[in-house]
Design a protein around this ligand. Structure first.
Ligand code: ADP
Ligand code: MG
Length: 728
């Protein structure tokens, strides 16, 4: 075993469980670090409280004087909690979060020290944002960016810093982040869904999109992680021979959580609880060392913030426990990768889940309305929805042989399919009283029973209805949920708006009753959105063929998937729903392409380092030992050595063959990279990286992994899968 590897393994074995003393019950700890309503009641004047609530509920502006009061209260609370700094916490297009800390402390002109944090600092900050990707927005407009307070997501204290969730925009108004478009999409879906919900209940005045994400991740020992340049620089193992044992015994899934991991999890959950992240379930996942954490669902904007915060907290807590947490979608070949299911629904301010059937036929018709409109929206914009989860790392799942496929389809189960089939048969125009009764009693009326017993779940579907919500399963474990949530809510908003128009027209012009009009329009939607419904095996080759016939997109790689973002239809969609201007969409596509290119480029460089500085030297060292052995045998036995040295000679030759190919392919990959690097058009460059650079990775890996099998374990410089993957 090489020294580095040996030391890392030794270190990992020395690890002990860190005992975290739990003080107080979870429920008592919940949100203690959050400036939530309870704290606001305590610290804010009535005016200020009303103003914040108004901003949260209806997006009304907070006046500057009130902002001063709020900042004063926030500061008082934060300092009492031991905070020394504040930061605007935002989501630049890199996908992570960013922060710039400023001390509360300030010096007055007379040299006296003062704790300073006013309304101005609360509402707006100007980070030197020139290094954040802007997709050309800043170049075009020569504009600087600023961050602005988002009162819908409460401020919180992390460590000794008061964090204020903000949007990040250019002075010309373009959003430079992932949060601003999300907030606009949520406003759009609120408006459209409220208008439709009023058909069924006049008291509805607001609809919130809800999101419950399920975060999958891997944990590996920190010392072992740091012994591998690929894990540290790319978040995944670029090479590595599969361990003799992987996940084939299914002994990890929902198994007993290893002690070291459990203490990490309790520590993590405690931190999350203080931050108001309602974490609920934890369990082992399918692959060894793979785990999942899921919270109770929340309003989508808050849920997105909480997911980003969680990932950040996980990095920090895992470090304390001598772990490295991996959010990459495919850290290890041959075992499952990680995703982040996005469970989504719509909830009214009257406390109703619009994707949950109720006790009366009218409530069930409401359910069907939102259910079918969502199906129709996904059908119309399936390719755009696919683009929202595209990334270099997620390409290892979508489009590879991993859950779910790159083809968007919706699973609703056999029973609901039957309901839709029956609705499809409804006659056009006015319904006879008998037809209405039949519909209400025997079709719509049966929905609640059906859903109670909705056991036929399909694990291969990328967009599945699971009883009272849709579950979008293609989202990558690393992905900022804001991206798919922006698209999903925008397309559903657009669809609901169109639906309302059609229904109103039938009522006004054709004199149809409301429920008749609704049935009529839904029936058409069922007919025209059939191709998106698929209940079979999403992994099968047959489905791929069938999907092609149905003209569903099948974009397996990021450069292909991103193209739809700037199609005429997509640009018109975002513009008409007030979510993003053409410039904002184009900028995001540019940033996604750039990010893709950079990720593949970094992987290419790390491959070169691994091959030249690790694999080739180790293989040659072993080859030399074998050669010495053969020469020794020859010295002793003369011509007779050939037979005796058959084994070592054979290994020497095999190593030589792999080394020859390995070097050839690595050099060819470097050449391909050079060619791609001189390209200036990011579309072409991304395609070049995808088609000419990336294909070498598998080939290079093939030879590295074979060499790992041949070379003496003592000489192998990198931690192996069996060492990385089985934490005790
Ligand atoms: P699973 O899908 O693993 O069987 P559940 O059905 O209990 O588990 O829920 C999974 C996730 O769905 C949880 O994170 C939960 O918060 C979320 N969820 C449940 N109801 C809703 C809803 N109405 N809107 C959004 N997310 C929801
Ligand atoms: Mg799930």
């Amino acid at each position: 075993m090489s020294n580095l590897r040996f030391q890392a393994i030794l270190d990992s074995q020395k690890r002990e469980r860190i005992h975290i003393e739990e003080k107080g019950r979870r429920s008592e700890l919940f949100g203690v670090n959050v400036f939530n309503e309870q704290r606001m009641l305590q610290y804010l004047t009535k005016d200020a409280l009303e103003s914040v609530k108004g901003a949260i509920i209806s997006g009304s502006k907070i006046d500057r004087k009130i902002a001063d009061q709020i900042s004063e209260a926030m500061k008082g609370w934060a300092i009492s909690m031991g905070a020394t700094h504040y930061t605007h916490w935002f989501q630049p297009l890199t996908g992570a979060t960013a922060e710039k800390h400023d001390a509360f402390f300030d010096l007055m002109p007379d040299g006296k020290a003062l704790e300073k944090f006013g309304g101005g600092q609360l509402v707006q900050q100007e980070p030197d944002a020139s290094s954040f990707p802007s997709g050309g927005i800043r170049n075009t407009f020569e504009a600087r960016g600023y961050t602005a307070w988002d009162p819908t997501s409460p401020a919180f204290i992390y460590g000794t810093t008061l964090c204020i969730p903000t949007i990040f925009v250019a002075y010309t108004g373009e959003a430079l982040d992932n949060k601003a478009p999300l907030l606009r999409a949520l406003a759009a879906v609120d408006e459209a869904a409220t208008a439709v919900a009023k058909y069924f209940d006049k008291n509805v005045s607001k609809v919130n999109a809800t999101l419950g994400w399920e975060q999958e991740y891997f944990l590996i020992d920190k010392a072992l992680a740091y012994s591998r340049p690929d894990i540290i620089l790319t978040g995944r193992t670029l090479i590595g021979n599969a361990a003799a044992k992987g996940q084939q015994l299914d002994d990890h899934y929902f198994g007993v959580i290893p002690g070291r991991v459990l203490s990490f999890m309790s520590d993590l959950e405690k931190e999350c609880t203080r931050l108001g992240i309602p974490v609920k379930t934890r369990h082992n996942e399918v692959a060894p060392n793979q785990f999942e954490l899921a919270p109770v669902f929340e309003e989508a904007n808050l849920a997105v913030d909480h997911n980003l915060l969680l990932m950040d907290v996980m990095e920090k807590v895992s470090d304390r426990h001598h772990f490295k947490v991996l959010f990459h979608e495919k850290p290890f070949a041959g075992i499952n990768g990680s995703g982040k299911h996005n469970n989504w629904s719509l909830a009214t301010d009257t406390g109703v889940n619009l994707l949950s059937p109720g006790s009366t036929p009218m409530k069930n018709l409401q359910f069907l309305t939102f259910f079918i409109n969502t199906i129709k929206a996904v059908d119309t914009y399936e390719e755009l929805l696919r683009s929202s989860i595209a990334s270099a790392s997620n390409d290892h799942r979508l489009g590879a042989n991993e859950a779910p496929p790159a083809i968007m389809s919706i699973f609703i189960g056999t029973q609901l399919s039957r309901v839709l089939d029956e609705l499809e048969g409804v006659s056009q125009g006015k319904l006879s009283p008998e037809e209405k009764t039949e519909l209400k009693l025997n079709v719509v009326g049966k929905i609640p029973e059906i859903l109670l017993d909705n056991t036929d779940r399909n694990r291969t579907s990328p967009f599945a209805f699971t009883g009272n919500k849709f579950e979008m399963r293609g989202v990558g474990s690393k992905t900022n949920c804001a991206k798919p949530m922006t698209v999903l809510n925008t397309i559903v908003a657009k669809q609901l708006r169109a639906f309302k128009k059609e229904v109103d027209l039938l009522i006004d012009k054709k004199g149809l009753k409301k429920d008749e009009a609704v049935f009529n329009v839904l029936r058409e939607y069922i007919k025209t959105s059939k191709r998106i419904r698929f209940d079979g095996d999403g992994y099968s080759g047959d489905w791929e063929k069938e999907a092609k016939k149905r003209k569903l997109s099948n974009n397996k790689t990021t450069p292909e998937a991103l193209q739809i973002m700037t199609s005429k239809e997509s640009l018109a969609l975002f513009k008409s729903m007030n979510v993003m201007s053409e410039v904002e969409v184009a900028a995001r596509k540019e940033v996604e392409l750039e990010t893709y290119i950079l990720n593949i480029q970094i992987e290419g460089r790390v491959f070169t380092e691994l091959v030249y500085n690790f694999i080739i030297p180790a293989s040659i060292a072993y080859q030399n030992e074998l050669t010495k052995n053969v020469m020794g045998l020859k010295d002793i036995y003369g011509a007779a050595h050939k037979k005796l040295a058959d084994g070592p000679l054979n290994i020497i030759e095999k190593i030589a063959e792999h080394l020859f190919e390995l070097k050839k392919k690595t050099d060819a990959m470097v050449d391909a990279r050079k060619k791609a690097n001189v390209m200036t058009d990011s579309n072409k460059k991304a395609v070049a990286y995808n088609e000419h650079v990336r294909p070498y990775f598998e080939e290079i890996r093939f030879h590295c992994d074979h060499l790992e099998r041949l070379v003496d374990d003592r000489l192998w410089p990198l931690a192996k899968y069996r060492e990385l993957l089985f934490i005790k």
